[in-house]
Design a binder for this molecule. Structure first.
Ligand SMILES: CC(C)(COP(=O)(O)OP(=O)(O)OC[C@H]1O[C@@H](n2cnc3c(N)ncnc32)[C@H](O)[C@@H]1OP(=O)(O)O)[C@@H](O)C(=O)NCCC(=O)NCCS
Length: 177
């Protein structure tokens, strides 16, 4: 699978370390900017790492490569997992859920994240889904505007069960015009 000059490959369980290292880089970058969106201890908690590993096993985690270099990762889940149920409650099985989107800082400023989201919308549409959904930290106005600017609609807010993480629930209808 390709996004222009970038290649998208499904991560295997053996790629767990590569996936987590991108998320750790993002966590440290955010923390250094006083954005407490992805605290390292929560990211590296056993339950989080196990969840990522299970998604790798299920072929739902992806690495985005430019040549031999990994530029980004994302997870696209075509059903409501228990993690999303905590946020979204009971929902029809009509959406893909985007998680763990992170672009290595070396690849920042090239709209790779925006292009990945477009790719996910197409994947969701091809899977016959009506919506793409994601949650984002409410206390991060820059990120909230980022997703609004990409055509997502905030359809609610909720406590996630993770201390300090209040989420804005974003949804976008597929197909995209
Ligand atoms: C959000 C992200 C996927 C967007 O990727 P992109 O479309 O390629 O855009 P860029 O990485 O160039 O970032 C665009 C701008 O958003 C800012 N930004 C990125 N993530 C941010 C965040 N979590 N909080 C606040 N600002 C953020 C960048 O600093 C940049 O600002 P600038 O234009 O003033 O330099 C990517 O920046 C990223 O991996 N961020 C860290 C992890 C993250 O927040 N993921 C989303 C989880 S919901």
């Amino acid at each position: 699978m390709r996004i222009g000059d970038l290649e998208v490959v499904a991560a295997r369980e053996a790629d767990l370390g590569a996936v987590v290292s991108i998320l750790v880089e993002a966590s440290k970058w955010l923390t250094a900017r006083s954005i407490n969106q992805w605290p390292l201890d929560q990211l590296l908690a056993k339950s989080t790492v196990s969840w990522i590993s299970e998604r790798c096993r299920d072929g739902e985690v992806f690495l985005v490569q430019e040549g031999p270099e990994v530029a980004a990762t994302f997870t696209l889940v075509p059903r409501l997992t228990f993690r999303d149920h905590r946020l979204w409650g009971d929902r029809d099985d009509d959406a893909v859920y985007l998680h763990g989107l992170a672009v290595r800082r070396r690849f920042g400023g090239r709209e790779i994240g925006r292009r990945i989201i477009g790719f996910c919308e197409k994947m969701g549409f091809d899977l016959g889904k009506s919506f793409i959904r994601l949650d984002c930290w409410k206390r991060n106005p820059a990120l909230v505007s980022y997703y609004s600017g990409l055509g997502f609609t905030a359809i609610g807010e909720c406590e996630s069960g993770i201390p300090g993480y209040e989420a804005v629930l974003f949804e976008k209808a597929l197909p995209v015009s």
